[in-house]
Design a protein around this ligand. Structure first.
Ligand SMILES: *Cc1c(COP(=O)(O)O)cnc(C)c1O
Length: 853
């Protein structure tokens, strides 16, 4: 008989052990080895059996053991020390409180960070891949730095799926239900009534979707997770938070309405109950959470602002981070679905439907009029937008350039902050204990690398045996597993999600050649692979099957392994134990990539296509670059070329360096590279560096804008909205009437005097800025790498057009071209392209002067 429902009875701890409760519920243990050691010491076998889950371990403990612990002086002393340490960690001033970031200006009292997934620990499987891990690392570093972030997400009853393999290597998915009571979470309750706090969102037809709110405490950072499994919901609506990235469009829309709109309401309730400062900045981590902007607009309209005024306020305090150039990663809803949901007004008040629809409209060439695009809405609702590596910033500016017509790609207001990883989560204790790893003794460093590799080999065998049992093999058939991998062989790791652009099977392009590398008698390689395909991605599952079948073959199975169920726990073994981390995406589709950063923190080396972060930080000596066949359009040919380059690199450069050892068995050249890697990449790849950049370059300026607009009962906000509207209406009448330039002989250092006459309609000269754009002209007279000079407004003459003038210095020899343009100008705009308005002369302004030598 099957249970219709299961739940977890939380263990009641005897009084002296009560502090364990706080230790368990604060997820800081997930990156604090001393606390983990304390838990583990309670019951080492139970700890291993629970895969490092303190709540699960304690719930299976014999009552006698608890009584024993409660009387164990030594244990109580260690427990008290851990509690004191946690208290100090959560209470003491940290970087944010130190005054260090004050140079950035206004620091927000709080920041709300919204993400559809969070990877905090394997125990809380609320993530599918890099986006979630990044969100988890962001919260952890915010906690370490004392940045007052409140995280917001959904609590998926089944999380993401558990992957296993069928006998013939096909991915199968299971969705075990997680009872929140068995997770390190507490339910947010009203302190007066002790009832759970509920938030609701209106759906199509006026139906209410209600959710309760679970609190995960991530060090100093509270994370609010909304959960639709409440009795107030009709049965079909219980399932809204069933699983991550499952279901059709409408299901996804409901999840995103709950995340965005319900999320803001949960933050308000949380702040009211706990006295936590209200967020001044809202960070939308990818488009999925974008409805939070609509809820904030609604809040402002309730406070008496018009839609346009509310939009300005919302934009000022919103940061939007785009995470992928892959179309499948961007949420696009059928427009009529949004119409149905917002006709009834999901926000429960009145947001004009046409305004909502316009926010998500793909109003650029090639855009689809029938879709509502969440990334596009994200960019319209946020005054500050960023990609997640320098290259991805560039790619995003190209991708979304259509939203800012008339501007060069380089002017598209999308910046970038390169992702990072949370060192205490990903770095092996053995490495962090070294202190300055780059300065460590070669023999010591090599010994640690060997230990980490050996630990990974043991774990790989254990997992491989489990997997084969599940695939139907008997123990007697599996004796070969004891010989899988060798702790002295050069070990390559490849683990990540399996969308096609990541090219899981590139290494199989020439199976013969791969086998040759694996079985090389002198310089063998071994490879450990892991990754989940999205349940609906048949193509991805075929790639996994192809990989598994290759790894199953008797000839190579001791040297290449596919491990099912890639998660944070497995990732830690791999990124710590592998010598080389392989990454071969189709450039430039990997926005950043973070697993290679985790490897770099542990003294592993990257072998990667120059995509994402590796494009930025590869320096020729900290790993290897797989050359790409960027221009080759035939995908099969491109794969062949890039795979061949990979084999070549492994055989001719990587393996020889690894196996070139001295009489003590130490590979001097390899160790040098590891040291250089620690030195050059160590500080860059950390999430602490990333979060500091968010604070100083986005959060602080957003808080400043936000405060400026909100001051004196939204005075500046109302002004800005009125000004914006006036400028938009007037813009069609803005014209450049005349351009004149003269100067001495065009020689280097000479000055070109430029005068512009412009018709501004109802606008005044101070509403605009007139610029000369100049530089070297390209083949079609376009200005390459332009420079800009702003002209001064001359004294206005009544009845005449406005005049502007200024000087451009001819600072470079060679061809020279220029044009002029008029832009809106307001001190509260964050970029000159912000309104997407610009006027150039009707006929191209003369590319006058020829060669200037
Ligand atoms: C780090 C990590 C990822 C992200 O890896 P990418 O290199 O960005 O693809 C995905 N899944 C898990 C479990 C991770 O730990």
């Amino acid at each position: 008989m099957r249970a219709i429902r299961r739940f977890t009875v939380r263990v009641t701890l005897p009084q002296p052990l009560a502090p364990l409760h706080d230790l368990m519920l604060n997820l800081r243990w997930s990156w604090h080895p001393p606390t983990v050691e304390l838990f583990e010491s309670i019951d080492p076998a139970g700890w291993a059996a629970s895969s490092g889950d303190p709540v699960a371990m304690l719930s299976t403990l014999r009552p006698g053991r608890l009584a024993g612990l409660a009387a164990d002086e030594d244990f109580l002393r260690r427990m008290d020390a851990a509690v004191a340490d946690l208290r100090q960690y959560t209470g003491e001033p940290r970087w944010y409180q130190s005054g260090a970031p004050a140079a950035a200006g206004t620091l927000p009292n709080a920041i709300a960070y919204f993400s559809p997934e969070y990877g905090i620990t394997a125990v809380l499987p609320q993530y599918s891949g890099g986006l979630g891990i990044l969100a988890g690392d962001h919260l952890k570093s915010a906690s370490d730095l004392g940045v007052p972030v409140i995280g917001v997400g959904l609590l998926y009853r089944h999380g993401y799926f558990t992957q296993s393999l069928s006998a013939d290597g096909w991915q199968t998915e299971r969705y075990p239900a997680d009872d929140p009571n068995g997770l390190p979470l507490t339910l947010l309750r009203d302190p007066e009534t002790n009832d759970p706090v509920l938030v609701s969102v209106t759906l199509a037809g006026g139906k209410l979707l209600t959710a309760q709110v679970w609190l995960a405490q991530v060090g100093r950072v509270p994370l609010l997770l909304l959960d639709s499994y409440v009795e107030q919901n009709e049965p079909a609506l219980h399932e809204v938070t069933d699983r991550l990235y499952g279901g059709g469009s409408e299901h996804r829309l409901r999840q995103e309405l709950l995340l965005g709109i319900g999320g803001v309401r949960a933050v308000r309730a949380f702040c009211a109950i706990t006295g936590h400062a209200e967020p001044e900045v809202f960070h939308t981590n990818e488009g999925h959470a974008g409805f939070l902007g609509l809820e904030r607009i609604r809040e402002y309209t309730v406070a008496g602002l018009t839609f346009d005024e509310a939009l300005e306020l919302c934009r000022a305090g919103t940061v939007f981070t785009t995470h992928t150039p892959v179309p499948a990663g961007i949420d696009r809803f059928p427009r009529d679905l949004i119409e149905r949901y917002f006709a009834q007004d999901a926000a429960g008040e009145t947001l004009p439907l046409d305004r909502v629809l316009t926010l998500g409209a793909e109003t650029y060439p090639g855009g689809d009029p029938h879709v509502f695009n969440m990334a596009v809405m994200g960019m319209r609702l946020a005054q500050r937008v960023n990609g997640v590596s320098r290259l991805h910033g560039q790619v995003s500016r190209e991708m979304f350039a259509g939203l800012w017509p008339g501007f060069d790609t380089s002017e598209v207001p999308i910046g970038s902050i390169t992702n990072g990883v949370h060192a205490p989560t990903w770095e092996a204790s053995k490495v962090s204990e070294l202190g300055d790893a780059a300065a460590a003794d070669a023999a010591r460093l090599w010994e640690i690398r060997r230990q980490l590799r050996a630990t990974m080999v043991t774990e790989t065998r254990r997992r491989l045996r489990d997997s084969w049992r599940q695939r139907g093999a008997s123990g007697a058939e599996l004796t070969w597993i004891d010989d899988v991998l060798d702790e002295d062989v050069l070990t390559i790791g490849f683990a990540r999600r399996v969308p096609s652009y990541k090219r899981l099977t590139l290494m199989l392009n020439d199976p013969q050649r791969l086998s040759g590398l694996l079985l090389d008698p002198d310089r063998p390689l071994q490879i450990v692979i892991a990754g989940k395909a999205h349940p609906a991605d048949e193509g991805g599952k075929r790639l996994i099957q192809q990989m598994v079948r290759f790894a199953d073959s008797e000839a190579v199975r001791r040297r290449i392994v596919f491990l099912p169920d890639y998660d944070m726990a497995l990732a830690r073994y791999l990124v710590q134990g592998c010598d080389v981390w392989l990454n071969n995406p189709l450039r430039p589709l990997e926005a950043c990539g973070t697993s290679g950063m985790k490897v770099a923190l542990n003294g592993g080396l990257n072998v990667s296509v120059r995509d994402g972060w590796w494009d930025e930080w590869y320096d020729g000596g900290n790993g290897w670059e797989i050359p790409t066949a960027d221009g080759v359009t035939d995908p099969a040919r491109r794969d062949e070329l890039e795979a061949s380059a990979l084999y070549e690199l492994l055989a001719k450069s990587v393996a020889p360096l690894f196996y070139d050892t001295d009489h003590d068995g130490i590979p001097g050249g390899w160790i040098e590279m590891v040291r250089h890697n620690f030195r050059s990449l160590g500080p860059l790849v950390q999430a602490d560096r990333m979060v500091r950049e968010y604070v100083t370059t986005l959060y602080a300026p957003a808080a400043e804008s936000s405060r400026a607009l909100a001051a004196s009962s939204f005075h500046a906000g109302r002004d800005l909205a009125a000004w914006t509207q006036r400028v938009r209406e007037a813009w069609p009448s803005v014209r450049i009437e005349h351009v004149e330039a003269d100067g001495a002989e065009p020689s280097l250092g000479a000055v070109l005097d430029v005068r512009v006459t412009a018709a501004l309609g109802p606008l005044s000269p101070s509403d605009v800025s007139v610029e000369v754009v100049y530089g070297a002209p390209g083949d079609n007279d376009e200005i390459v790498d332009p420079c800009y000079v702003t002209l001064q407004a001359d004294e206005p003459v009544p009845g005449q057009h406005a005049r502007f003038s200024g000087a451009v210095e001819l600072g470079r020899p060679g061809p020279f071209g220029y044009t002029v343009r008029v832009l809106p100008n307001h001190e509260l705009l964050a970029s000159r392209a912000e309104l997407g308005l610009v006027t150039y002369p009707d006929a191209p302004a003369g590319m006058t002067n020829g060669d200037l030598r």
